[in-house]
Each structure stands twice: as C-alpha cells, then as structure tokens.
Ligand binder design. Structure first.
Ligand SMILES: *Cc1c(COP(=O)(O)O)cnc(C)c1O
Length: 397
C-alpha cells in the first residue's frame, strides 16, 4: 500500500514535543512565541499569529479586515472549501471567477468583469503550492481599491518573482496570508495554522480574536470584542518549530519526488504533468496530473477506484467548490457555471506524494497507472477481469 500522503516525523520532533509535556506551559507559552517568530521570519513578514487550523487563520483574516454582510469577495472555485467558507462564515458572498487552465489558479484576466460596487477583496489561493498571478492581482486590487488575501495554506516555501524583479515568499503577497499544518501539508503540527502579515492592526486583532476577544495584557475575564477559541497549543508549536528546522530539506525532498514523477511520466501522452512557471518556484504540496480530453469524470473516477484497488492512494483534487451541495443550495450554482474549473476538475488525479517516497515506489505507482490506462483503452469485451469496463476493478490487486 502506498498512501496518498504521509507526515514526515523524526525522533527530534518526538523529543521536542515531550520536552513541552514536561513543563506546565501548554498554551500561550514560549513555544507559541518562538513558532510565530520563526514563521514570520521565514515568510518575510513582520507578524505571525498561530491558530488551531488553516481555516481559523482564513476566518480571522476575513473578519479582521471587516468583511461582512453585503460584501463580496472574489475567489476561485478550484480550491479546498475553506477558502470560500471563510467568506461565508462572515456572511459575505464568495464571487467565483474561473481559473487559468495551466496554472489552475484564479484567472486574473477574468476578475475585473466580476467586480461590483460591493466587492471588498480578492482572496486568491496558491493552489497546489503554485503562487497565483500576484503581479496582476496587485494591479487590479490597487486600481479598484480592493484588499488582497492570500490563501497560501498549500504553499509554504513557494517563491514568486515580483514586478520589480525581486523574489517574495508565498504568504507575503497580499495584505495577509496563512499557512496550514494538517498532516498532509509540507510541515505539520497535527492540527494548526498561522496568519502572516505586515499589518500590525490585523495581527493584533487576530491575536485578540483567537483568544476569546481578550486584548493582550488584559485580564483573563476581560473580553474587548467577540472572539473565538482558535488557540494553538504549545505542544503543537513545539512540533512545528522542530519541523521548521528541516524545512529546506523537506522542500528539496518533495521537489525531487516531483522531478522523478515528471521523468517517469514523460512518455505517457495520456497524462499531463504539472509544470513550473518561469516566475515561480513551486512548493510541492501534492502531485496532480491531468488526464487527456478523451477522459470524462466517470472514466477518471473509475481509474481512481482501480488504482486504489492496487494499493495506490489517490484523490480527485478538487471537486469544484460551487458544485458542493450546500453551495448549490445557497446560490443556485449548476454545472456549466465555471467550465474551465469543471473540465479540469473532471480529469485531475492526485498521485501519492510525500517526502519519503522513493524511486521504486514511484515506479510502482506509474506502472499501475500505465496498466490501468492501457486496460481501459482496450475494446470493452477485451478488458479483464470480466470486461467490466473498469468501474468494478476487483481482482487485479
Ligand atoms: C489545507 C488548506 C486550508 C486549511 O485547512 P485546515 O484543515 O483548516 O488546516 C485552507 N485552504 C487550502 C487551500 C488548503 O489546502
């Protein structure tokens, strides 16, 4: 069995967590301060605010920016649902704009057509660790007086070349960015997230709102504003600090795995591999290939099932957000609303991807994919086992 993803923990990580467990400071302690300092420094931002998930980080950013009822936020339908949910949580409206079919990020050229007098912000996602078109996004935001929010949850360590030729880290490309530390991300704290920003006012508001609306230095039962319990424990932070000591190594290992996949898949014409744009350094979060146009959502799903039966973890990143049941119900979205997102989403295939994946395993994954594709392209009656057409792939595991 080769899993889709796997966190990379070493003995040092375990030791660091145990050290915290031997102290009485399990929350709002020195580990949180150190983790925040390290993350701010890494992202090249002034401030970092640790929270209990990437979703919490996004929610606090939206709220701290004063986005609320009656406001519209332009965002992408091709993402993890949290990037749109954080807008809904504040009763604002997500306005989806279709994606660029190559970068899979929001298509900046389509944004201006979606701007209305209610538009307050653009929330762009650095999807699969590839920064969005931030130079264009900055121009548009500046021209229309909009705020830029960066969902960089999948892009820790990605770099982007700014219009002036200098390179900036993902997370630092909008007014505020965020990272997430669920076990499938580049580094993990078990659960966790962090806000990064250069704006002192936003950082301070987020710090208060993660801690039940308390102001810093105020009494424990003194609540200045409505807040949440979005705190990140010192236990989680110790794991994050320890993981960050190896971040360069981790990103290099992931880059190597992506390269091996690229080589192993190069001659498979039915499969398009992800490409790195010239003004971008991807932080490899997942390895998502795209099947050729002959495939449909149904045939892709059958291939996923077939691979899983052969012990290969894989996934359909992402189902378009606008087609999730609650989104259809709330806004009346339908198939055809965002055709590029829908077409891409029907044919993507996330393959196993993590630091420790070796070349033999990649060989096994690619061999299984080749075999599955070859079997499916045979005339129906020649397919084995049982000529089932691939939708019931039992037997060949
Ligand atoms: C992982 C992720 C988040 C945050 O996820 P949590 O599970 O809440 O930590 C947000 N946006 C995107 C695009 C993500 O991939």
């Amino acid at each position: 069995m080769i899993p889709l993803s796997r966190p990379c923990l070493v003995e040092q990580d375990v030791e660091k967590v145990l050290e915290v467990l031997r102290t009485p400071r399990l929350s709002l302690g020195p580990q949180l301060l150190e983790f925040e300092q390290k993350m701010a420094e890494y992202a090249g931002c002034q401030y970092a605010v640790g929270v209990n998930s990437g979703t919490s980080a996004l929610h606090l950013i939206v709220r701290a920016l004063g986005i609320g009822e009656g406001d519209e936020v332009i965002t992408t339908p091709f993402s993890f649902v949290a990037s749109a949910n954080c807008i809904l949580l504040e009763r604002a409206r997500p306005v989806f704009v279709d994606i660029d079919p190559v970068s899979l990020n929001i298509d900046a050229n389509r944004i201006e057509a979606a701007i209305t007098p209610h538009t307050k912000a653009i929330l762009a996602v650095d999807v699969f660790g590839c920064p969005a078109d931030w130079n264009r996004l900055r121009e548009i935001a500046h021209h229309h007086g909009l705020v830029l929010i960066e969902d960089s949850c999948e892009a820790l360590g990605a770099r982007y070349r700014l219009a002036d030729g200098t390179w900036a880290m993902a997370g630092a490309l909008g007014e505020a960015g965020c990272f997430a530390f669920y076990p499938n991300k580049q580094i993990t704290t078990g659960e966790g997230g962090i806000i990064v920003t250069d704006r002192e006012d936003l950082a301070s508001l987020c710090r208060s709102m993660r801690n039940q609306g308390r102001d810093e230095g105020a009494g424990w039962l003194q609540h200045t504003r409505l807040g949440f319990n979005y705190r990140l424990s010192d236990i989680n932070c110790a794991l994050g600090i320890s993981q960050m000591t190896r971040i360069d190594e981790i990103l290099a290992a992931r880059r190597r795995v992506a390269q091996w996949y690229g080589e192993a898949l190069a001659d498979l014409s039915e499969v398009a591999t992800p490409q790195e744009p010239s003004d971008v350094q991807i932080s490899w979060f997942v390895y998502v290939v795209r099947l050729s146009e002959v495939h449909t959502r149904e045939s892709r799903d059958a291939i996923l099932t077939d691979l899983r039966c052969q012990g290969i973890g894989c996934a359909d990143y992402f189902t378009p957000i606008h087609l999730q049941p609650y989104m259809r119900e709330m806004f009346g979205f339908r198939e055809g609303d965002f055709p590029i997102t829908e077409s891409v989403s029907a044919r993507t295939l996330a393959l196993p991807f993590y630091n420790g994946l070796n070349q033999d395993q990649i060989g096994d994954v690619v061999a299984a994919l080749r075999e599955t594709l070859a079997r499916r392209s045979l005339p129906r009656h020649d397919r084995s086992p049982g000529g089932s057409g691939g939708s019931s792939p039992g037997g060949q595991a």
